[in-house]
Design a protein around this ligand. Structure first.
Ligand code: C5P
Length: 219
């Protein structure tokens, strides 16, 4: 049996981008590497938690010793998350696509002379908000992320209230910060108590510190 402050506790982490199909060979994606979510899953596991790791197509390999559920789309991610419940804590580190192509083509779209394709979009489910606002069986602790480029703390604080989660890990992903796809992270932890600025540190250190905070909150 696992040892550590999270022994016997089941937790969920989402990670990576989602891929939203245009046709069988093309998709819409984003620049998430999955590095931060993977580090969080590893850190929670190191504290003894039983981790379900729901991941989109990420650049980095999932951690050892966790239950890995691989998905492609936002809709698949929501279903995988719902199937993994109940959990005591859920960390939503995935960069879920906000939109998907309304009716993805089942055959490869052809290049036609004089005609350009027009894609129509529809909104994806908000997984974090859906789980945060569950009436029954909501995880005791729900943690979301906010990747912002402007007014990071104000936007992330509003996001915490709007989505209904307990904590938001806010970071500045302006191009010049090199955070997205980079090694380090510079975060502010936003809770009901307010905003706590953490020094810039590696994504592994952010993960370890966050896992410790989660362990404290659950005990
Ligand atoms: O609204 P925004 O995309 O900025 O919110 C980011 C947070 O919400 C992240 O925790 C992300 O994993 C989560 N999210 C989600 N499902 C979506 C969009 C975002 O779970 N469709």
């Amino acid at each position: 049996l696992a040892d550590g402050p999270l022994a016997g506790k089941r937790v969920l982490v989402t990670s990576g981008p989602t891929h939203e199909p245009i046709d069988p060979v093309r998709y819409i994606a984003n620049r998430s590497s999955g590095a931060q979510g993977t580090a969080i899953a590893r850190a929670l596991s190191a504290l003894g938690a039983e981790v379900v790791f729901v991941t989109g197509p990420a650049d980095v390999a999932p951690p050892e010793g966790v239950e890995v559920v691989r998905v492609e789309t936002a809709q698949e991610m929501l279903e995988a998350v719902q199937s993994a419940l109940p959990v005591e804590a859920a960390v939503f580190a995935a960069a879920v696509a906000d939109w998907r192509v309304a009716s993805a083509s089942t055959s490869k779209m052809k290049k036609t002379k004089g005609g350009l394709p027009v894609l129509e979009f529809t909104e994806n489910p908000d997984i974090l908000a859906t789980i945060s606002q569950m009436d029954k069986g909501r995880p005791a602790l729900v943690v979301g992320f906010a990747a912002e480029t402007d007014d990071v703390i104000d936007n992330a604080t509003a996001k915490r209230t709007r989505k209904g989660c307990d904590w938001i890990v806010a970071n500045d992903v302006s191009h010049e910060t090199g955070i997205m796809g980079g090694k380090d992270n510079d975060i502010t932890l936003i809770s009901q108590e307010g905003a706590e600025d953490w020094p810039r540190m590696s994504k592994e250190d952010v993960a370890r510190r966050l896992a410790e905070r989660i362990a404290q909150a659950l005990t």
